[in-house]
Design a protein around this ligand. Structure first.
Ligand SMILES: [Zn+2]
Length: 459
């Protein structure tokens, strides 16, 4: 009797196991599901070659095979997505963004009344308002980035204490849609940067919500460890004349010990020199870089992260629809935009000529009237083309180069077997017209279709 019962319970267990595995297969089919994407062409940013026609086989969240449609052996039951004559390229990488800022340009008089008056009032509001409000806004901006084809971003500061690390984890867990995020946590700064004239009774509490202060090499090391507690992917530090080379070197040494790269905000010549001497991994912005410094960066393998956010009069495009601009200010802004354009055009040529490694970031932190965050960000990639960078090099900046700058060249940035299935497609030829990057019509992240405009329109 006992033996029979035992046998019966074995059968029951076996039955339950089979049923459980069948149910698991029903619930999570994506782990082994295969998809084949067919398109008119596939651009390889590494070589500039276009495979035409092209097919990409995806298994789970990774790319399995790439070739002409006849070379791809599709297993039975595979899902085929035919994009007609579209051109496929790797998912776009924004090397420098701020998903937790959506600053509305203050009116002119308000700007005049503050230190860093264009940026500081909006940033302060973002810090002191509800973190819940802020993270929900960031979730929207993350989704908008993804819908425009940006499948990976590096979020470099301005996200509260744990905003970007938590948003990253929520996206990875499938709770909200968004790009892959490399999160920096709080930005490391020297005292006196970014926020001034605060109420002394509240100043420390406000600053600590957004920044980690560096004062001396020990505090520098401690700041990196504070961010490590939040499980950051990268360290962002701002260099200016307040920061010494030993302080920055201490940040970098501690970060590298934890296998974290260090992105150094540096705009003027002195800060750039500090970043180079301390051995940063990338220099953000870098607008005033000299040819000698570009040479030093090239020799040390430091990335130049170009941020042509306001190129070609971007400020007026952002400000004019929402604030009153007086005629003298408009004239002055237009003049400085033209000077800025000439200087940036020259910078792009000097960067290309120097042989320094480069990538790009939108540095988008602005409410851009009439555009989603994704549209505003991809526009800055197009700015690089307007500044004279050849289309293929722009595409490299937002794919393979960006991946290398992030240290993720083994995962993203190319349509190759073994990489994440992060792909975008455009209707036209992006090598002939770089503005195609503003009109991404198909987006796949990790094997899941985010957007497919080709499905509803016959091509
Ligand atoms: Zn920035």
């Amino acid at each position: 009797m006992q033996v029979v019962t035992h046998k019966l319970s074995n059968w029951l267990i076996l039955f339950c196991l089979i049923r459980a595995s069948w149910m698991t297969a029903q619930v999570a089919p994506s782990s082994s599901a295969s998809t084949v994407i067919k398109a008119g062409g596939l651009l390889d940013p590494r070589t500039g070659n276009v495979l035409s026609p092209a097919a990409v086989m995806i298994e789970g969240n990774k790319i399995k095979q790439v070739g002409s449609p006849s070379q791809i052996n599709s297993p039975a039951g595979v899902t085929v997505i035919d994009l007609g004559g579209a051109t496929l390229l790797p998912g776009l990488i924004d090397g420098h963004t701020h998903l937790f800022l959506d600053i509305i340009v203050p009116n002119e008089k308000e700007q005049d009344r503050h230190a860093n008056g264009l940026f500081a009032p909006g940033m302060l509001l973002a810090i002191v308002e509800s973190p819940s409000k802020r993270v929900l806004m960031a979730a929207q901006l993350a989704r908008e980035d993804l819908e425009s084809g940006i499948t990976t971003v590096r979020n470099l500061g301005h996200s509260g204490i744990d905003g970007d690390t938590e948003l990253r984890d929520a996206i990875n867990a499938g709770r909200v849609p968004g790009p892959r995020i490399l999160a920096s946590g709080r930005k490391l700064i020297a005292l006196g940067m970014y926020v001034q004239n605060l109420n002394p009774a509240l100043a420390d509490a406000i600053v600590q919500q957004e920044f980690l202060l560096i004062a001396g090499v020990d505090r520098a090391r401690e700041a990196v460890r504070q961010n490590e507690l939040q499980n950051v992917d990268v360290i962002k530090v701002s260099a200016d004349e307040n920061l010494t080379v030993p302080e920055l070197a201490s940040v970098i040494e501690e970060a590298h010990r934890q296998h974290l790269k260090v992105a150094v905000h540096a705009v003027d010549k002195a800060s750039i020199q500090t970043a180079i001497e301390a051995g940063g991994d990338s220099i953000e912005h870098g607008n005033d870089v000299t040819d000698e410094q570009l040479k030093q960066m090239r020799d040390k393998g430091i990335f130049f992260d170009l941020t042509p956010t306001f190129y070609g009069g971007g400020y007026l495009k952002i400000a004019e629809p929402i604030i009153v601009i007086s005629p003298p200010t408009r004239a002055e802004r237009a003049r400085s935009a033209e000077l800025g354009r000439q200087k940036y055009d020259a910078l792009v040529q000097r960067v290309l000529k120097s042989g320094v490694k480069y990538a790009t970031g939108s540095d988008m932190c602005w409410f851009y009237p009439g555009k989603t965050r994704g549209q505003a960000s991809t526009l800055t990639f197009v700015h690089l083309g307007e500044a004279g960078m050849p289309a293929l090099d722009v595409i490299r900046a937002v794919t393979i180069n960006g991946a290398e700058m992030l240290g993720w060249e083994d995962r993203i940035g190319a349509v190759e077997p073994g990489k994440f299935a992060d792909l975008v497609a455009v209707s036209g030829d992006p090598l002939a017209d770089i503005t195609e990057l503003e009109r991404v019509r198909f987006v796949m992240k990790g094997g899941a279709v985010v957007r497919n405009d080709f499905a509803s329109h016959p091509h």
